[in-house]
Write a protein that binds this ligand. Sequence first.
Ligand code: GLN
Length: 505
Amino acid sequence: MSWHQTSIALMAKALAAKEVSSMELTQYFLSRIEAEKRWNAYLDVNAHLSLEQANKADTLIAAGKGTRLTGIPVAHKDVFVTRGWKSTAASKILENYQSPFDATVVANLGMPSEKNPHGAGMVCLGKTNMDEFAMGSSNENSAFGPVLNPWNGQYVSGGSSGGSAAAVAAGLAPIATGSDTGGSIRQPSAFCGITGIKPSYGRVSRYGMIAYASSLDQAGPMGKTAEDCALLLTAMSSHDPRDSTSLADSGEDYSRFLNKPWQDSSTNSAKPLEGLRVGLPKEFFAEGLAQDVANAVNAAAKALADLGATLVEVSLPKTKLSIPVYYVLAPAEASSNLSRFDGVRYGHRANEYKDLGDMYQKSRTEGFGAEVRRRILIGTYVLCHGYYDAYYLQAQKIRRIIAADFQAAFNQCDVILGPVAPDVAWRLGEKSKDPVQMYLEDIYTLSTNLAGLPAMSVPCGFNANDLPIGMQLIGNYFSEARLLQVAHQYQQASDWHLRQASEVA
Ligand code: GLN
């Protein structure tokens, strides 16, 4: 097995046993990144800096001062500002922008220092491509070209964290960070056959994560296995006084239930998931779901039942409304968040202009791509005086109902199971001309962001064209460790997550 096929759990063991050094691992992945540029997964690499960090990591390990993750390489979605690498959110308006500080996620995972004593000591491999400002479901909205799907280069990687998903799937990073405002960790994970988790809102700091829709944005890990995601999430999470919505506690060890049975051992149950109630929302299996995706998710439900779980039908009646609600609220917040890109403080400024108004207008028109401009316009419209009550306020009210529907469902079950997306990855260009068609693809992922719940994507099959299918597991607030436990138990009994795109490609 080569390093790009190795989980970070095993990599950590190899580093601890001195079977490999961080320098060797980092060099290995940098060479693969160089050789596999065709996927367009990275926007910026800086081999010199990465190797410098690897060297530091090796020194820490030799001195017995490393954490479990010290020396393991990680790629960061370009939405996280990173000292030493460009931070562009895949937008022309931030082309070549260099941040003077690290996002909390980057610092938590990065090299420890006097100022950052709790850094996990992971090595940054570079910044991954994404949809501009995380707006999109296919990665075709990047100002620097789309990311191709490593399972088949004619298909999209999903979005907006498509670069991170493709980097892990193509073996160009052992694990990566992503962000999820309406599905951007889960959907590209599903499309690229990897595992990803969006934690509860507030679990991971948003400080230094370039804001899209602040009440929905949440960062999380994207890796090969649930176990790897648990390791990264543990290191990513912290209370952060610089993010006012950061949870008061600093998180937990998300690996702690992985190998435990669902119920405590006093029941002596023979099956690992005995006692777990899995809810299947009927609205997630209704019209619009591709048959092969439905079949794979149903087979996964049966696999969970074989592990001891009980399946129950639940209802999330407002599922369809999550699309209009999200596509009112997210643009509204975006229109406000993106007002900082005005050509004055940082980023692109038009060369010629008549006056201040003209300068704003030209800089923003030139700097933002079409989808970002569309959302700023929609967001400004729904917030304006005459329409606020009809759109923004109404959407906020339905958001509350959507969250309440989940709580009703969780009276009947412990986790909810459904598809991540209605279909597998589509062909490049197939949906990019019709934004509404693209928005409809987000139907199963948006509601968890509206409710603030944790949810993950787990590989559960392939369609007839060998494109990966993902199942979605949704948990109640702060149940990440339990979700990861269910996913890990499923992965112990299945091998979909072990199939490698890098062997097919
Ligand atoms: N596809 C959704 C959008 O375009 C979600 C994106 C995200 O989660 N960042 O807004």
